[in-house]
Design a protein around this ligand. Structure first.
Ligand SMILES: [Zn+2]
Length: 234
């Protein structure tokens, strides 16, 4: 085979791989964002639930503190009642004791409601927690895979580019410019395989005489239709 042709075939193989790796490198941040936003959506509901739980707990604590304060007042009113020296002081303390008891009763009802709510929310959080944790793990594993892939891709790309440079130098300037031009026009595929009397890139039928010449591979033959350099693979 014409040494230039075999060099061109190798060059195209390298270029196809370079193109694939570049596309993969570009796709990785997009894939990563997709996974992260998917997880964020799944996690949002869980975080909402946790927030509701935290709020119910802190509201319950707040009411319990209020009850304690009311109870202290109640104790004071009871002392006032015992110390009352006249009817007016006595009836005032009775009214105050009564009010404080009512307030405490109402607060205790609220606390009970909150306790039920906390219990319910806590159960929901515990139920969903393992699933979310598993999803978080999956996400982290996948992100680590992408990171490794990005690193190996960058290394491969560098190696391929280093491999490509000397390949170009062995080509004649005319062949090189034909390859560059066709590669640009045909999105990286300057060469096409000829098989069964057809150009595999554009499906154009190749005349038997031309096909035999391609098969011998002594000269560079381009497709009459798409202009790609044709080659035959055993
Ligand atoms: Zn063609």
């Amino acid at each position: 085979m014409n040494p230039e042709l075999s060099q061109l075939i190798s060059l195209q193989d390298v270029d196809v791989e370079i193109k694939r790796i570049k596309a993969e490198i570009e796709s990785l941040p997009v894939k990563r964002n997709e996974l992260e936003s998917q997880f964020a959506t799944e996690n949002r509901e869980f975080l909402d639930l946790k927030q509701q739980l935290d709020e119910a707990i802190s509201q319950k604590r707040h009411l319990e503190t209020e009850i304690e304060a009311e109870q202290q007042k109640l104790e004071k009113f009871k002392t006032d009642q015992m110390k009352a020296t006249n009817e007016r002081e006595y009836s005032t303390s009775v009214r105050e004791i009564d009010n404080a008891r009512k307030t405490i009763g109402a607060l205790e009802t609220e606390v009970l409601k909150l306790m039920e709510q906390v219990e319910k929310l806590d159960a929901q959080v515990k139920e969903r927690s393992p699933e979310i944790e598993a999803k978080r793990q999956q996400l982290e594993t996948k992100l680590a895979e992408y990171e490794t892939l990005a690193k190996t891709d960058a290394e491969k790309l560098e190696a391929l580019l280093a491999e490509r440079a000397p390949m170009l130098e062995t080509l004649g300037s005319e062949t090189r410019s034909t390859y560059d031009r066709m590669s640009r026009i045909k999105s990286g595929l300057a060469l096409s395989e000829a098989r069964d009397y057809k150009c595999l890139a554009c499906r154009m039928t190749i005349r038997p005489q031309v096909f035999n010449d391609i098969r011998r591979g002594e000269t560079l033959i381009t497709c009459e239709n798409c202009g790609r350099i044709l080659f035959y693979r055993e």
